[in-house]
Structures are given as C-alpha cells and as structure tokens.
Design a protein around this ligand. Structure first.
Ligand SMILES: NC(=O)C1=CN([C@@H]2O[C@H](COP(=O)(O)OP(=O)(O)OC[C@H]3O[C@@H](n4cnc5c(N)ncnc54)[C@H](O)[C@@H]3O)[C@@H](O)[C@H]2O)C=CC1
Ligand SMILES: O=C([O-])C1=[NH+]CCC1
Length: 266
C-alpha cells in the first residue's frame, strides 16, 4: 500500500487564496445542487456531560474537473478558547475512489475557517440585491470566524465601515485594532469600529454576520434596516435554539434560504 501523504497547516496556509476558495465554494454548492456531489448529513457525536462534539462530514464529488472521496472530521471544544486553542479543529481524509485506500490526511482547520466565510460571501453575493449599497458590515463576535469574515467580505464587496460587537468589549476593540493594522487587507474600508451595544452595532448595517456560540438570540428584527442580509453561524447543540437572531413568528425576519444559513429582512 502506498504511503499516506500528510499535508500540514503550514502548507495549506501557503496554498489558500481568497479568489480560489470563494470560487471553489461556489462551485461546490452548484455541484451539490446539481447532484454531481454526494454530501450526506454530518454525524454528530456529543461527548456526554460536556459541550464537546466530534462531527464526521463525508462527501464525494465527480465532475469533468475532478473526482474526490473524502471525509472531514471536526471537533468543536468550546472551552479551547481558554487554552489558547481554536474551538474548532479539523482534519480532512482523502481516499482512492477505486480501492477505498486512505491516500491523504490534511489539516482542515484553516480550510474550515476559510470555507465557512467563503460560503457567507457566496450567499450574500447571490441573495443581497446587487443594486443595493453595501457600505456597512456588522460582525457579531470577535473570534476566529469574526476575523475571517471581515477579511473574506473585502474580497467581494466594497464596504466602507466594519462594526464589531462582542460579549467582552475588549476583544471587539482588539479585533478592530488588529484589522486596522493589517493595512494590506483594507481595500475600501476606512474604519473598524467596536460597539458596546448590539443595536447600535447593527442598525446601519447593510450586511450582518453573526459568528458567536450564543444559544439565545442577540439581534432583534426591529433593530435592522429593511433588506439587510444576515449570515448566521447557527450551529448549537440544541436545534430548538438554532438561531442567533430574534425571529419568532411575530417578527418579520424571514428565512429565505439555507445556503450559508442566510437571512433577509423585509
Ligand atoms: N471556526 C470555524 O471554522 C467554524 C466555526 N463555526 C461556528 O461559528 C461560531 C464561532 O466559531 P469561532 O469563531 O471559531 O469561535 P471562537 O471561539 O473563536 O469565538 C466564539 C465567539 O462567540 C462569542 N460567544 C460565545 N458565547 C457567547 C454568548 N453566549 N453570547 C455572546 N457571545 C458569545 C465569543 O465572545 C467569541 O466572540 C461557532 O458557533 C462555531 O461552531 C462554524 C463553522 C466553522
Ligand atoms: O461546517 C463545518 O465545518 C462546521 N460547522 C460547525 C462546526 C464545523
């Protein structure tokens, strides 16, 4: 049996670029819709008496361009933040589609982070009215996904301001400072502004991204502008609470698509 090739996170980080990732995610969505890819529902293994989860995400794709059989294994350990580790860690396994033999193991943590933000970008590109102005992006949260969404959205859109709210305000301030310092990432952005209050953070936003692990709603529909596009990072262990926006049936926040977990307000 041939040796299993290992691809480290250092190599992955050198390869990833936004143009390719956004277009690969868009292509993957089309392949799933057009049934050129098999993407089964992920399995969720919750470690009893903890919030820790192991996900298995298998998939197969067969197109003119490529064939691949793989499985991503992702752990979500929310308390990792206190250990200075990402709460989401991932590895991707690729198999030979003729023999089933394992051929490649690659680090999947960065790929997962980029893939998630790229899915929000693609969803926003298609769902947000192309004629609407996209001046202000509001980000709820200040962790891995908050930072990568701020960077990814600049690849496709020309936001002028990025608003950030986080449960711990100092982290919102730190993220804004960090993004401000990375001048090469700015594009059209003039300011990254940390907010103490969620309503103030979202009320002028044209696009909102929620990137927290909160299990209760953080945004009220009355606070957002008509036509706002909301990308929700919506995983929670309880599907009943599977939402970061306040959208009970009295509220006019309508789910219009599952693509990238996107919401849109009328
Ligand atoms: N990192 C990744 O690649 C992916 C992450 N996700 C999901 O995105 C969300 C964020 O993930 P990361 O940015 O990686 O995590 P992180 O640990 O880096 O950041 C978590 C954020 O959530 C906030 N938060 C936690 N509990 C909260 C609460 N009760 N109320 C308000 N804010 C709260 C924290 O202040 C922090 O800003 C999680 O739900 C995660 O499952 C989904 C797909 C991929
Ligand atoms: O899509 C993904 O890879 C994940 N969603 C929640 C945890 C990891």
């Amino acid at each position: 049996m041939a040796a299993i090739k290992q691809i480290t996170s250092e190599t992955i980080c050198k390869i990833l670029d936004w143009k390719s990732v956004i277009s690969a995610v868009e292509e993957a969505m089309v392949n799933v819709s057009e049934k050129r890819a098999v993407q089964n529902v992920r399995s969720v293994t919750q470690i009893p008496k903890t919030d820790n989860i192991l996900f298995a995400m298998p998939g197969y794709v067969n197109t003119d361009k490529s064939t691949a059989l793989g499985c991503k294994l992702v752990t979500l350990f929310p308390s990792n933040a206190q250990k200075n580790l990402p709460s989401i860690l991932a590895n991707i396994l690729l198999f030979n589609e003729n023999t089933g033999a394992l051929e490649v193991i690659m680090d999947g943590t960065e790929i997962t982070a980029w893939r998630t933000a790229a899915a929000s970008v693609v969803a926003t590109k298609y769902i947000r009215d192309v004629n609407s102005q996209n001046k202000t992006l509001a980000i709820i949260g200040a962790g891995t996904q908050a930072k990568i969404h701020a960077i990814a959205f600049q690849q496709q859109f020309k936001f002028v301001k990025v608003h950030v709210w986080n449960r711990t305000h100092e982290k919102a301030e730190m993220l804004c400072k960090e993004l401000q310092c990375q001048s090469t990432l700015h594009g059209t952005i003039e300011e990254y502004i940390p907010f103490q209050n969620v309503e103030e953070c979202v009320k002028e936003a044209d696009v909102i991204v929620t990137t927290t692990s909160a299990t209760t709603p953080l945004i009220h529909h009355k606070w957002v502008k008509p036509g706002v596009h909301i990308n929700g990072k919506l995983w929670t262990k309880s599907s009943k609470n599977n939402n970061r926006t306040n959208s009970d049936k009295n509220h006019k926040l309508d789910l219009i698509t599952k693509l990238g977990n996107s919401y849109f307000s009328k």
